[in-house]
Design a protein around this ligand. Structure first.
Ligand code: 5K3
Length: 115
């Protein structure tokens, strides 16, 4: 699996798999809080608390404009979404629960597709 992982790292195949993975994330029923950038004008404190906002539409734009060098840099941005969510939302809240659900789904899928 290490050999496979090395093969995935640098090939376009690794980034093509990221597109598949991103489409699955966006289609997930719990993706709704994460589809577009948080409107920090409408959410008091967000801009102050969350230093590196991230969302699925921003990741898609970065994939399309070739801003990810490999699948690992893609994974970093996806995990940033979940870290931001945990920082800003109670675990026992609608959005907090959506974040946990999406993280569990993502952890399972990227391991299946990229490891
Ligand atoms: C991914 O969503 C962000 O964590 C913002 C969550 C939020 C938005 C508005 C509110 O009134 C409370 C939380």
């Amino acid at each position: 699996e290490k050999k496979a992982r090395l093969a995935q790292d640098s090939t376009t195949k690794g980034l093509a798999t990221c597109r598949v993975l991103l489409a699955e994330l966006e289609a997930h029923q719990d993706a709704w809080p994460f589809l577009t950038p948080v409107n920090h004008k409408a959410v008091p404190g967000y801009r102050k608390v969350i230093k590196k906002p991230m969302d699925f539409s921003t990741i898609r734009e970065k994939l399309i404009t070739n801003q990810y060098s490999n699948w690992e840099t893609f994974i970093v941005d996806v995990n940033l979404i979940f870290e931001n969510c945990e920082r800003f939302n109670e675990d026992d809240s609608e959005i907090g629960r959506a974040g946990h659900s999406m993280r569990i789904f993502f952890d399972k899928r990227w391991a299946e597709l990229l490891m």
